[in-house]
Every structure is written in C-alpha cells, then in structure tokens.
Design a protein around this ligand. Structure first.
Ligand SMILES: Cc1cc2nc3c(=O)[nH]c(=O)nc-3n(C[C@H](O)[C@H](O)[C@H](O)COP(=O)(O)OP(=O)(O)OC[C@H]3O[C@@H](n4cnc5c(N)ncnc54)[C@H](O)[C@@H]3O)c2cc1C
Length: 408
C-alpha cells in the first residue's frame, strides 16, 4: 500500500525531506505545505549574504521549482495549517479545507520571541526571520542611517556586521550581561563582542528596551537604564522559540520543542517532527536537545526519509553551526552546554584558534575560529570518545588526529 506523506512547514527541513523521500524511492503522494509565499529557502543566509545583497532570491532556494515538479511533489505555498485531527488523520487549513495523511511530518521551525511591548509594529521595525522582511530591510540599508538591533543572537550579530560594513551606525542591545550566553561559552562570546566593538559596533549589555516611540521617520528606544537611543531602523531578533503551536493544540507532547525519540517520532507514532521545531532525544548527550542549524535540518530530513522508506539510516551527525562576520568564520561543532572544562588551542590574538569543550575529559564540542580543518578534526575527537588532558589538547605540537587515534 502506498501511503500519503504530508509535510507541514516548507523550510530547510521540510523542503529537504520532500526531495529526499523521492531520492530514497518513496512512491506515494508527497505534499509539502508552507505558509510563506516562497519555495523552501536557506533561511541561514538571510542575516548575512542575503542582507548584504550578494545573493539573489533564486540563489537562496534549496531546490528549484523544476525539481519539485519532476519529482511529483505537491507544493502548497501561502497555506497555513491550523489544526490536526489525529483520530481522523486530517489536517485543516486556515481557508477551511482539509487534507488526509498517513504520515504527517511537522517541520514548522522556530520564530524569534516577540518584544513584550505594545508599540512594536511600525514600518521601520524589521525581523530577520523571513525573506519578505529582510527584503524590506535591505532596501533601507543606506550609509549614515542608524540601526538598533534588539537581541544579540548569532543572526543579529551577522546582521550587525553587514549593516556596519554598509556604513550604518549600529547599536546592539541585549538584556543579558553578556552576549550569546545560552548558545556558546564565555570565551567565544567575549571574542565576538570584542570583534564587533573593535569594528565600531556599539554593544549595550544588561539593558532592556522598555519602550519604543515612533516618529515620522525614526524611532526613539527608551532603555531600562534610563537612556534613550535614536534609530532610523529597528531590528528585533530575540531568542528563537520552537513553533509548537499546532502540535500542542493537538495534544502531542511538547516541552520547549516537539519532543521526539531519536528517530524523530513524536508521542503520536504517525506524526514526526524535524528541524527547529523539534526537541529530539540524543543518547550521545544524554538529553533532549533543540538543534537549530541548517546542517542539522538536512541531516534529520535524510534520516526521516530513510525511515519512512523502510531503510536503515543512523543519524549520527554531530550538530554543526557556521557563521561569518567581519571576515571571521566561526564553526560550532557538537553541543557544549554540559561541559565541565574549556580548553583553548591556538592563538586567539592571531584570530585562528579552537575552543574545545570537555566533559569527563572527553571532547563533546568545539568552536573553531578561522580553522579550515577545524570541524573535521573536532568531529574526529568527539566521535573517538578518547580521554584527553587539557594540557595535551592545548599543546599544538600534538596533532589532533593523533589524539583521536589514541582511543584505539
Ligand atoms: C536570520 C537567521 C540566520 C540563521 N543563520 C544560520 C547559520 O548561519 N547557520 C545555520 O546553520 N543556521 C542558521 N540559522 C538557523 C537555520 O536557518 C534553521 O535552523 C533552519 O532554517 C531550520 O529549518 P526548519 O525547516 O526547521 O525551519 P524553517 O526554515 O524556519 O522553516 C519552517 C517553515 O514552516 C512554516 N510554518 C510554520 N508553521 C506553519 C503552519 N502552521 N502552516 C504552514 N507553514 C508553517 C514557517 O513559516 C517556515 O516557512 C539561521 C536562522 C535565522 C532565522
């Protein structure tokens, strides 16, 4: 019997899954549903090359239209799914119609937490989340303009670097006493803060935006320390929240993400969840984790396509996240949060180094700055489970590959 797979969310994970299903031999109907007007695109480029204007919309597409057509994948754009009837195995659209499924995959992604202020909406307030919003912002990036970015995420910092290099006066405001406190260790956070400040970005930490006053062409930001900041453009990019609404309303287990097992199956065996909306179980890290990155969305899509096609595929991929700002390339490998030790290898002053994160003397993650082979070597160490001392790891005379091999 052929089954119908319905994918809700036409982003990085959903778009990749639809195509991978066909590549792996799936013969049933595939319907990919997204509420944006575009085909699935690389959201990860929005705050960097796309905002900078070096990529055109077509170049951001994950797959061209012709590929969905030739693989007979039904793509519904601008269609929002409002509810799931799990008993009847049907989804309902905002416009009232409904669609049956045999297997439903939720790939609804994440969205930035909105500012808890009344006055957020104004023509000069932008988000970095959609191509539509970034199109509007990039048309306004003119030298001499003042831009205030609320939230100091990786994406916000990428946008800050683009705006700075386009000749704008940039201020980043973050309520925490340090940048990136939940996404990376202190060393890298400090390094990036200094990198931005040395390039002229004004970073204000430990202050919240208490109010926004919009004028005809600009906005006054009232900060919690009593100061005021004038800006022509405002970007809001607070922390990413998993888009779990559909799942929660249909009674699927969620806790800061749609909870899944290691095979992406939710608490309903016919409903799976992948990408930024999911919080998957991971035995390697002994926990459920949200892995919000492009490589992770692709890897999960491949794994789920194989599982639906009844093929073996073990998702052993180690999460990777890459970003670039002011010519500095940072590649984050693994999940650092449970580390009990941090080791710096290389010379931070030369802008080429790696920060390793260890737990029980085993490397569990690394941040590689301008290290071309960094991710490969870090993955070798993580996979090897070898016990290393901080002294060995910091010693550049000992090759990382040798350390990884010493596990055998
Ligand atoms: C500005 C920015 C910069 C980033 N930079 C990087 C980077 O440098 N490196 C990196 O690895 N990652 C980066 N990321 C993260 C990366 O883009 C995400 O991890 C990835 O896009 C997740 O893919 P996804 O398919 O799960 O979600 P998304 O790509 O967000 O797609 C989800 C889609 O589902 C749609 N949707 C939601 N609910 C419904 C519904 N009810 N009905 C229909 N459609 C729905 C959404 O509108 C969206 O189109 C960045 C993210 C952002 C926002």
């Amino acid at each position: 019997m052929t089954q119908d797979v319905v994918i809700v969310g036409a982003g990085q994970a959903g778009g990749e899954l639809a195509v991978q299903l066909r590549y792996q031999g799936y013969a049933g109907d595939i319907t990919l549903i997204g509420d944006e007007p575009n085909l699935p695109y690389k959201r990860s480029r929005l705050s960097s090359s796309y905002l900078a204007g070096t990529h055109r919309p077509q170049q951001l597409l994950i797959h061209p239209k012709s590929r969905y057509d030739s693989l007979k994948i039904g793509v519904m754009k601008g269609a929002q799914v409002m509810s799931i009837d799990r008993q009847a195995k049907r989804i309902t659209f905002a416009m009232g119609s409904s669609l049956p499924y045999d297997k439903l995959v939720l790939a609804t992604g994440a969205y930035p937490r909105p500012l808890s202020l009344q006055e957020t909406a104004a023509p000069n307030v932008y988000s970095l989340r959609t191509m539509h919003s970034v199109n509007q912002l990039r048309a306004k990036l003119q030298p001499g303009q003042r831009i205030a970015i609320i939230g100091g995420s990786y994406a916000a910092l990428e946008a800050a670097a683009v705006a700075n290099q386009a000749g704008l006066a940039v201020t980043v405001i973050d309520a925490m006493p340090g940048l990136l406190t939940t996404v990376t260790g202190e060393f890298i956070a400090d390094y990036l803060t200094k990198l931005h400040r040395s390039n002229g970005v004004d970073i204000r930490l430990g202050v919240e935006v208490a109010g926004l006053k919009h004028h005809e062409t600009n906005t006054t930001l009232i900060l919690s320390d009593g100061s005021r900041l004038e800006a022509d453009l405002v970007v809001v990019d607070l922390e990413q929240v998993a888009n779990t609404q559909l799942a929660e309303e249909s009674g699927i287990e969620c806790d800061n993400g749609i909870l899944t097992d290691n095979d992406a199956v939710t608490s309903d065996p016919d409903i799976l969840a992948i990408g930024g909306c999911a919080r998957a179980s991971d035995a390697r890290y002994d926990s459920h984790s949200r892995r919000e990155s492009r490589p992770n969305a692709i890897e999960e899509a491949k794994a789920v396509a194989a599982a639906i096609c009844g093929k073996a595929y073990s998702n052993q991929a180690i999460p990777v996240f890459c970003l670039e700002q002011f010519g500095t390339r940072l590649q984050t490998v693994g999940i650092w949060q449970t580390c009990d030790e941090t080791v710096v290898r290389g010379q931070p002053g030369s802008n080429q180094f790696t920060v390793f994160y260890l737990r029980d003397s085993q490397v569990i993650a690394a941040d590689c700055v301008n290290e071309p082979d960094g991710t490969v070597l870090a993955k070798q160490l993580i996979r090897s489970h070898v016990k290393v001392s901080a002294k060995q790891l910091a010693d550049e005379r000992i090759e990382v590959t040798k350390l990884a091999q010493s596990a055998a």
